[in-house]
Ligand binder design. Structure first.
Ligand code: FES
Length: 164
């Protein structure tokens, strides 16, 4: 259930919009931020706020790589899955990350720390191969830099929040 302050905030934003559907992505991000992912409950609630059917919002949600319809880890690693990163060793890095974290692509570690997801070009081609972790880009990746990044995050307490 959406907490009252968030509900009021969303209702105010939607009331001030000539076309509430244009706020669909913002509403989905706000609900995802609250629930940790866009749960079925959130889809129904969001659709109700926007005057859409849950199916309409669901269709929109599945279009976006950064809207999660399943629970994800504290750190979401998006590995770029496009041409330039492919040329610079993308596949070996996916394999390396998968082996290091003991998860397949689209998986989440048992401790809930990391999820590994593919994403289309994120616009940092000059730094290929690239990954985002909770929206923060990391480029020129090698197994050594990945090791350092993952170890740093394992030590870190506060999550990097993917705010918009
Ligand atoms: S192809 Fe990977 S960032 Fe553009």
């Amino acid at each position: 259930m959406i907490p009252e302050p968030l509900l009021k905030k969303l209702q105010k934003q939607i009331a001030g919009s000539e076309h509430p559907r244009e706020l669909a992505v913002d509403v989905m991000y706000a609900l995802q931020h609250h629930y940790g992912y866009l749960s079925d409950e959130a889809v129904v609630e969001g659709a109700g706020l926007l005057g859409m059917t849950p199916l309409e919002l669901e269709e929109l949600a599945t279009f976006y790589d950064f809207i999660y319809r399943e629970p994800v880890g504290k750190y979401v690693i998006h590995v770029c899955d496009s041409a330039v990163c492919w040329m610079f060793g993308h596949q070996s890095l996916i394999d390396y990350l998968g082996e290091k974290l003991h998860i397949p692509l689209s998986g989440t570690t048992e401790d809930g720390m990391f999820s590994l997801l593919p994403v289309c070009c994120v616009g940092f081609c000059d730094q290929a191969p690239v990954m985002l972790i909770n929206g923060k880009p990391y480029g020129h990746l090698t197994p050594a830099t990945i090791d350092a990044i993952i170890e740093d995050l394992r030590k870190e307490k506060p999550p990097l929040v993917e705010d918009r």
